[in-house]
Design a protein around this ligand. Sequence first.
Ligand code: HEM
Length: 160
Amino acid sequence: MAELFAEYKTLIVFLHVMSAVVWVGGMIAMRYAAHPSFMEIESGKEKLERVTHALKRLFTIVFPFTIILVATAVVMLIGYDLKSTEYAQYGYIKEGIWSVMFVNFIVMISRRNRAAKLLVEGDVAGAKFSMALVGKYMIPVNIALGVIAIFLGSSLSSVL
Ligand code: HEM
């Protein structure tokens, strides 16, 4: 693994950074650009249909990048032998952040799927309830954690 990292370092770091860009950037664009625009739609049902549709597309794009992010992280952990350096705690914190972000992401997918199903059944209030936490807290929490992970990554990249 260490040899693999030495040979493909640029590619591995590129894939790691690209995954963070898609995951964190995608959520920022959805929450702070697309979401306010969807909120202008008057019909509650249509509003929720647009939000659940856009989120399905975003989550489908993001999912493979969450896996690439952690796979490249593992290669870098071994390649840099990070756990035996004085920066080991950065690695532990980033692992913790990825885990919380990923669990949060999976819960968001399941809430979105539930909301889409309720909309098909005509239960607009139920769908609204299922989506409320996603926009209000879950996406912003993942954005904040992602920004912290990027800052820690920048700190690591300047010392490794
Ligand atoms: C899963 C645990 C993680 C580990 C072990 C890890 C490890 C690292 C390491 C060692 C670097 C330095 C690479 C280099 O410059 O050679 C780095 C950079 C970076 N990481 Fe992570 N990372 C993890 C999770 C994350 C997460 C969750 C994000 C964002 C969502 C992220 C975003 C970044 C970014 C953007 C950089 C590049 C910073 C720069 O080049 O200035 N990482 N990471």
